[in-house]
Structure formats: structure tokens, C-alpha cells
Design a binder for this molecule. Structure first.
Ligand SMILES: Nc1ncnc2c1ncn2[C@@H]1O[C@H](COP(=O)(O)OP(=O)(O)O)[C@@H](O)[C@H]1O
Ligand SMILES: [Mg+2]
Length: 232
């Protein structure tokens, strides 16, 4: 594995590149992404908007090695995502996901949820310590042993952010993470997300309907019917 490591020959600060990406469903009846070319760089904050069904989640799934394109390629840190093995490695080591629904495991405590992505790789005491540190970073040190079913929506989303950050991802993908929160709680969650991203120097791709947030982004990608239609 002599090529193991960061960057890569095609890198130049490019973290993830989509080249001519097409993704269809229902035997080609539904075209979710239609010839998307997009290069994202390290440390960027990228906002993604577009109407429902325009391909936003499909785009994030492809960037996050959760899915493969039908045509074209996705290149991550200079290497194409072209096998299940590559997908697993990138997901486990390089990506943090934050979903609209927090997707926490209800029978686990807050800290245990944060530990989940670490499970196979670290001894128990080290996992514990790491999870507690991450919860502290999102302002939830005092809730580490809480039953997640008893947490507020904002607290759950902060646990989800801690979980997404636990492996120091290069890319954080957040799909409408404040969509189910009131605006004040949503703003708090966004602040936590930004602080977290700055701590690890990660690229953040955020699907949002909040145009104020888009104005603060380094880049604003607008999707329509599976195509990038530029920035408003
Ligand atoms: N697994 C799937 N099976 C069938 N159709 C899908 C699937 N995933 C997405 N689609 C369709 O692809 C299009 C884009 O979906 P999506 O990426 O979820 O859009 P958005 O996140 O912008 O709402 C939609 O028409 C959606 O119904
Ligand atoms: Mg979506």
C-alpha cells in the first residue's frame, strides 16, 4: 500500500471530485443526478440548495461513499471510489455524516452513540475517553450518560455531530441537520457544527434551505432536476 495516505497525485487541495456523474433509479425512469461535475477543496464550507427531489441527498451519498454512480466517477483524495472496499474505508475513516433525523441508536446512552464508529478500532477505555471529549466539545459533557430518548432535539443533533467528528473526518456531510429544529436551536446547532469543523479543518457540505447560511458559505451549489445550475 505504497500510495496510502493523504492527498495523492491528482490532489492539489481537491478533496472530492465528481466527474460526469449520473445516478438513476427505477431502471432509469428517475434521473437523480444528470452529468454532475464538481470539485470541492479541503477546508471549504459548501452550501447545497435545490427543491425537493433535485438530487441533494443523492449528491451527498455519492460524496460520502454511501453510493456509486451509474456513469462517471467520484474521486476522493485523488483515488476513485470504485469498490466496496474503498467505500468502506472512506466511510469509516474520512467521512462524518449528520442527518436531518439524528439517527442515534435509542437504546444506547449519549457517549455510547458517539463511540459507535470507533468500536472495532480502539480499546474500551480509549473509546470512552474519546467520546467524552467529543461530547465536551459540543457542550454536552454533562449529558454523556444520558438516555438519548430523554434529550431535546438540539441536544440529540449535537450528539450526532460529536459522533460524526469522532474519527477526525476530512469531509463532514450534513443533510438538512436543522430541518426539524426551531430557528434558535437550529442556529445553536449550526454554531456547534462550524466550531467542530474548524477544530478538525474539515470540508463541510451542508444541505440547507436557509439562504443566510448560504451567504456565509465559500461556495453555494444549486441543484435543479439533477443538474448543477450555479449560484444565485
Ligand atoms: N433509492 C431510491 N430509489 C428510487 N428513487 C430514488 C432513490 N433515491 C432518490 N430517488 C429519487 O431521485 C430523485 C432525487 O432524490 P434526492 O437526492 O433524495 O433529492 P433531494 O434530496 O434533493 O430531495 C428524486 O426523484 C427521488 O425520488
Ligand atoms: Mg434530501
Amino acid at each position: 500500500m505504497s500510495e496510502e495516505g493523504m492527498g495523492g497525485a491528482r490532489g492539489d487541495g481537491a478533496l472530492v471530485e465528481l466527474r460526469g456523474v449520473r445516478r438513476v433509479f427505477e431502471g432509469g425512469q428517475v434521473v437523480a443526478l444528470d452529468g454532475v461535475d464538481l470539485t470541492l477543496h479541503r477546508g471549504q464550507f459548501v452550501a447545497v440548495t435545490g427543491p425537493s427531489g433535485s438530487g441533494k441527498t443523492t449528491l451527498l451519498n455519492l460524496m460520502g461513499a454511501m453510493d456509486l454512480p451509474d456513469e462517471g466517477e467520484v474521486v476522493f483524495e485523488g483515488r476513485p471510489i470504485d469498490s466496496l472496499r474503498a467505500m468502506e474505508r472512506i466511510r469509516a475513516e474520512r467521512i462524518g455524516f449528520v442527518f436531518q433525523m439524528h439517527n442515534l441508536i435509542p437504546v444506547l446512552r449519549a457517549a455510547e452513540n458517539v463511540e459507535v464508529p470507533l468500536v472495532p478500532r480502539l480499546p474500551r477505555a480509549a473509546r470512552r475517553e474519546r467520546a467524552r471529549k467529543l461530547l465536551g466539545d459540543v457542550g454536552l459533557a454533562h449529558r454523556a450518560d444520558a438516555d438519548v430518548r430523554g434529550l431535546s432535539g438540539g441536544e440529540r443533533q449535537r450528539v450526532a455531530i460529536a459522533r460524526a467528528l469522532v474519527n477526525d473526518p476530512a469531509l463532514i456531510l450534513a443533510d438538512e441537520p436543522t430541518g426539524n429544529l426551531d430557528s434558535r436551536t437550529g442556529n445553536e446547532v449550526m454554531e456547534v457544527l462550524h466550531a467542530a469543523r474548524h477544530r478538525v479543518g474539515a470540508t463541510l457540505v451542508l444541505v440547507t434551505h436557509n439562504l443566510e447560511i448560504c451567504e456565509g458559505a465559500d461556495r453555494h451549489v444549486v441543484l435543479h432536476d439533477g443538474k448543477i445550475v450555479g449560484s444565485p
